[in-house]
Ligand binder design. Structure first.
Ligand code: C2E
Ligand code: MG
Ligand code: MG
Length: 406
């Protein structure tokens, strides 16, 4: 049966045909390597199924998976691929070939399989493979319905020691709320978001925003479908961690992938990232530098008496509210200062005094005080509030940059 004929076969007929293809070992697993965006080291691979007909024609998953997903034929296929991957990792171990984690695609229907995690763990354990070597990829569209059930299923998968990736992120509609509610390890950015080669400003803004929020949520980011150096350059400047795409490697048969693992050859970045970066990304680099210099960065709206923390790492005191009422933040800050410095701190950063400084045309208000750390020791800290302007509102805003002087 040709793939055109397959396209006409109903879901049940196709499922039967796929079962036969599994028995006759016509289904092959290809591996597409993934690389660290900066060092070029191979960090893992994705398992992608191919149906290789006896006459040698290769049927791509796009030609049969969507219709298998209409019934439950996809379940058997995914378990088959997982077993093939485990058997492969086992062969690699016996041959003492360097192994990297392999991502396996699971259709959304698995989330409703009652014993999914038990089966997953059972198969992987049967082959004696560490759970850290298997990553479970679930497409974003899977997350749109019955989210509670899916969140629960994902939690159990992670509790069992498997990493979970959201695949094709950005291809659906309800991405953001799910990333907020569901804890996963990896976000795979859909290749459709790179369709303008990162040369279009809107495309860059959308990508920058996605990487920014993903990194703030401490998710590992993977860009898939990377085909050009321009895309690579821009993705690096967004601090994208992992690259998957034809630019580095196409999905390849097991033998070729094994050779790649054996050679241990990594893709070296061939040019300075500054040569390929897009201009808007400089902002991200600048922010990174600021966050490195200042352990505590706060954006406050003096007009509305509110604030949120943009960065907070390894600062003197660990107990600090991350968002809320600015007045309360200053009270809290004052209470962590040396008794002799409390009044100074409170006065300097009271809203009326900051507003007065703003109205006098001052650009910045700063003070050095002694703050107690979690270890009970006082250290000198500098707090500098810079007045900033958001063109779309009249509110008076400040960026507070704080750092330890010792
Ligand atoms: P996916 O999981 O998002 O896999 C990535 C797809 O992007 C693969 O297509 C890969 O070949 C393709 N790709 C990678 N780099 C590039 C690039 O630089 N440019 C372009 N244009 N494409 C690139 P493939 O192998 O045709 O698979 C299509 C989809 O079929 C997969 O998308 C996945 O959703 C599904 N699939 C594949 N194998 C399985 C499986 O075993 N189980 C399930 N449930 N789905 C699978
Ligand atoms: Mg995938
Ligand atoms: Mg994908």
């Amino acid at each position: 049966m040709s793939d055109k004929m397959a396209a006409r076969t109903g879901a049940d007929g196709l499922a039967a045909e796929i079962r036969r293809a599994m028995d006759d070992r016509e289904l092959a697993v290809y591996y597409q390597p993934k690389f660290d965006a900066l060092t070029g080291k191979m960090t893992g691979a994705e398992a992608l199924v191919r149906w290789i007909r006896p006459d040698g024609t290769v049927v791509m998953p796009g030609d049969f998976i969507p219709r298998l997903e209409e019934g439950d034929g996809i379940l058997a296929l995914d378990w088959y691929v997982l077993k093939e991957v485990c058997a492969f990792l086992d062969r690699q171990e016996k041959a003492q070939v360097r192994r990297v984690p392999i991502a396996v695609n699971f259709s959304r229907i698995h989330a409703f399989e009652e014993h999914f995690v038990t089966m997953l763990g059972g198969i992987v354990d049967e082959y004696g493979i560490s759970h850290r070597l298997i990553e479970v990829e679930i497409t974003e569209s899977a997350l749109t319905d019955q989210s509670d059930k899916i969140a629960d299923s994902i939690r159990k998968i992670r509790d069992a020691g498997f990493r979970v990736a959201i695949d094709d992120f950005g291809s659906g509609l309800s991405s953001l709320s799910f990333v907020k509610d569901i804890s996963v390890d990896v976000l795979k950015i859909d290749k459709s978001l790179l369709s303008r080669n990162c040369e279009d400003e809107k495309e860059r803004i959308v990508l920058e925003s996605i990487f920014n929020f993903a990194h703030r949520l401490k998710l590992t980011t993977v860009a898939e479908g990377v085909e050009t150096r321009e895309q690579l350059g821009f993705l690096r400047t967004c601090d994208c961690k992992i690259i998957q795409g034809f630019l580095f490697a196409r999905p390849m048969p097991e033998q070729d992938f094994t050779e790649l693992c054996q050679k241990g050859i990594d893709e070296e970045p061939k040019e300075d990232i500054l040569m390929t970066q897009a201009p808007s990304s400089a902002t991200q680099l600048l922010l990174d530098a600021v966050f490195t210099r200042y352990a505590l960065v706060i954006l406050a709206n003096l007009t509305r008496n509110s604030f949120y923390m943009m960065e907070y790492e390894n600062f003197t005191s660990t107990s600090c509210p991350s968002t809320g009422v600015f007045d309360e933040l200053i009270q809290h800050g004052a209470s962590t200062m040396h008794p002799e410095d409390r009044e100074l701190f409170r006065n300097t950063f009271s809203i009326p005094n900051l507003m007065a400084a703003y109205n006098r045309g001052e650009k910045c208000v700063s003070v050095v005080t002694r703050q107690i750390g979690d270890d009970g020791i006082y250290r000198r800290v500098e707090t500098a509030d810079y007045f900033v302007k958001n063109p779309s509102v009249d509110d008076v805003l400040v960026i507070a940059l704080c750092h330890n002087l010792e």
